[in-house]
Each structure stands twice: as structure tokens, then as C-alpha cells.
Design a protein around this ligand. Sequence first.
Ligand SMILES: CC(C)(COP(=O)(O)OP(=O)(O)OC[C@H]1O[C@@H](n2cnc3c(N)ncnc32)[C@H](O)[C@@H]1OP(=O)(O)O)[C@@H](O)C(=O)NCCC(=O)NCCS
Length: 150
Amino acid sequence: MGAQIVIRKTRINDLDGIVALENRSFKFDLFTRRQYHYLIAKANATAFVLLVGNTIAGSAIILWRKGSTKAHLYTIAVDPKFQGRGLGRKLLERCLKEARSQGCDRFSLEVRADNKPAIALYEKSGYEIVGRSVKYYEDGCDALQMQKQL
Ligand SMILES: CC(C)(COP(=O)(O)OP(=O)(O)OC[C@H]1O[C@@H](n2cnc3c(N)ncnc32)[C@H](O)[C@@H]1OP(=O)(O)O)[C@@H](O)C(=O)NCCC(=O)NCCS
């Protein structure tokens, strides 16, 4: 790859890049620009981008709940052009580190039951399936709830 890989907190002026990444990475249940703006600027959340050189190649958002020691991975995506090179794992590890440093002891997420790459990534990172919501998504796909002890 050659170019430098950096993970840093997301800034408002990353929005264009993140929305473009979202559109390339997801087929279903996409977040809008407005939702991203809220998540970055107002929500009780921490957002990271992964840069390859100057290009936004990945994005992840952790949601925090007041009074809870459970962090929640709200979204994670790597641009299809950059997938399969270990960047998703790097981004997830950064999120896990952040959750530990905030005093969390569990990290939860939801994933489409048909999203094999994501489920494989999470299982390799020590996540376990702890529940299933039938027909959770717009198109009728089930959601798996996964969780990892930190
Ligand atoms: C899920 C996603 C973030 C993985 O990112 P990535 O950079 O391609 O993943 P990595 O290269 O870091 O792979 C890490 C592990 O994930 C698994 N994995 C990644 N892509 C995979 C694929 N196509 N098939 C099977 N397993 C895969 C493997 O276990 C891999 O470990 P290995 O290389 O040691 O075998 C990426 O596929 C993506 O952005 N998908 C679209 C958005 C999405 O679905 N996000 C998750 C929403 S819950």
C-alpha cells in the first residue's frame, strides 16, 4: 500500500468523505449526512476515521450510554477499495482500546445475519453472538447481537 495509515477522531469537515464512504460501503440502512452530522457533533459518541494517506478509507462510531459500562459499536466501514487488508481490524481495535480507556467492560454491536465478512471480523476479535432479532432490518433480514468482554 505504501501510504501512511492514521486513525484519528472524526472532524466535521470529514463529513463529505464519510458520506461518500458510507454510500460505497453499505447497500442497506445507510446513515444520512444529517445523521452523521448529529453523531459527530452532538451525540454521546466517539467517531474515528482511518486515513490512508489523505484518503478516508474507514470510519467507525462508538455510542456511550450514561451510567453504563457497556460501549456500543454503532457503525464500522472500510471503503471497498481498501477492504481485505486488515484495516477493519485496525479500526475495530482502536474502538476497543477507546472503550477500555473509558472504563467500559463490555462492547456490543448489531450486525445483519447475512453479513459474513463483518461477522468473521467480529468473531476473530473475540465477539460472541448473544441474541438474534428476527426481521430487524428494512428488507426483512435478521440482526445478530454480538458482545465482547473487554
Ligand atoms: C466488515 C468490514 C469493515 C471489514 O473490513 P476489512 O478491512 O475488509 O477487514 P480486514 O481486512 O481487517 O479483515 C479482518 C478479518 O475480517 C474477516 N473478513 C474480512 N473480509 C472478509 C470476507 N470478505 N469474507 C470473510 N471474512 C472476511 C476475516 O476474518 C479477516 O481476518 P483474516 O484476514 O485474518 O482472515 C468491511 O467488509 C466493510 O466495510 N463492509 C461493509 C460495511 C459493513 O458491513 N460494516 C459492518 C456493519 S455491522
